[in-house]
Design a protein around this ligand. Structure first.
Ligand code: TXA
Ligand code: MG
Length: 310
């Protein structure tokens, strides 16, 4: 159901769940003091209770009520990337955030999205929890139609157009005296490195990742995906590939965009993964011959995760 920004504000204040656009992906939003709505988000998504939610703010002042411990160089990071594509995990006073939001952790992930409609809404409603607006484990939603495909027409959705980045925010935490990336995302590691010293946390994908969501199945269509860097000439199945490459002429193509344009690939990623299911393709190979730098690194990680889930 299409709603206006004013309706979104009123519904959120009344304790309803609404879907809002951000420049990364669409989110399922609720006010942080509306516990019924927050619990409805977990039910709607089929999300495990031990996977905490990001709190979205529209100004730095909104952080104060949580009494966060701000690490050194926090200001450098936020001046460079807030509002925008970066989520930062901070230790907070646990009495200020319901355990359900933070999955009982003593920390909370904060993001200040740049999308003008959603920022304006948060200014009116106060901080909002907002996981990605997709069924747990499935590709994220980057258009209103994707949100409605997962949750039906009755869910109120504020249509903000197709998401510009198309990939979730990058999540950073300050630990062991340094910044670590605990979820790759729409902000490339190289860009963060221009501002602070940062590294990937190597065990992100192992048993007990710091980012709880990383241990779950993710981004996966029903279609069984197989990553490859070489496709036989006589292959006649489905291929997830690039518009500037030549593939076997009998193959059924699902194009992500130009292999040299990391932004175009990011914008199209989830729409293409979703279109595999819409086309009822059982299996596809994924051309994974991409550079390992910048956003390409994130894209490879998402495509590999979407593949390994089957
Ligand atoms: O771009 C985004 O970040 C989108 C838009 C809507 O803002 N949101 C999003 O939320 O991707 P979600 O819930 O799909 O993913 C949030 C991730 C999960 O993997 C969760 O485990 C992690 O953030 N997370 C949340 N709180 C955390 C915390 N305190 N410590 C570590 N990881 C945390
Ligand atoms: Mg998600």
């Amino acid at each position: 159901m299409d709603i206006s920004p004013e309706q979104a504000i009123a519904l959120l204040k009344k304790g309803e769940v609404v879907s809002l656009p951000t420049e990364t992906v669409y989110g399922l939003a609720a006010c942080i003091d509306q516990h019924k709505a927050i619990s409805k988000i977990f039910t709607l998504k089929g999300r495990p209770q031990d996977n905490p939610l990001i709190i979205h703010i529209s100004s730095l002042d909104q952080l104060d009520v949580f009494h966060p411990i701000l690490p050194p160089t926090f200001d450098a990071l936020t001046s460079a990337f807030w509002p925008g594509l970066l989520t930062i995990v901070l230790p907070i006073d646990p009495s200020t955030v319901a355990p359900m939001i933070r999955a009982d952790l003593p920390t909370v992930a904060f993001r200040m999205p740049a999308h003008p409609l959603t920022r304006q809404i948060i200014t009116e409603t106060g901080p909002l929890v907002m996981p990605s607006a997709n069924l747990s484990g499935k590709p994220s939603a980057t258009t209103r139609a994707h949100v409605e495909a997962d949750f039906g027409q009755s869910l109120p959705v504020l249509d903000g157009g197709a998401c510009e980045a198309g990939i979730e925010s990058t999540i950073a935490i300050y630990r062991d005296n340094g910044w670590q990336i605990i979820r790759e995302g729409a902000l490339a590691l190289e860009r963060i490195s221009e501002v602070v010293v940062v590294k990937f946390r190597e065990d992100t994908f192992k048993e007990q990742p710091i980012c709880p969501g990383q241990k779950y199945r993710h981004y996966a269509p029903r279609t069984k995906l197989t990553p490859t860097v070489s496709i036989p000439e006589d292959y006649d199945g489905a291929i997830v590939g690039y518009s500037d490459r030549t593939y076997p002429s009998q193959a059924k193509m699902f194009l992500l965009g130009k292999s040299t344009d990391e932004h175009e690939l990011g914008t199209n990623l989830y729409a293409v993964l979703r279109s595999l299911d819409e086309s009822k393709v059982n299996e596809a190979v994924v051309d994974l011959d991409l550079p390992a730098t910048g956003l390409f690194h994130t894209l490879r990680e998402r495509l590999l995760k979407a593949s390994s889930a089957n």
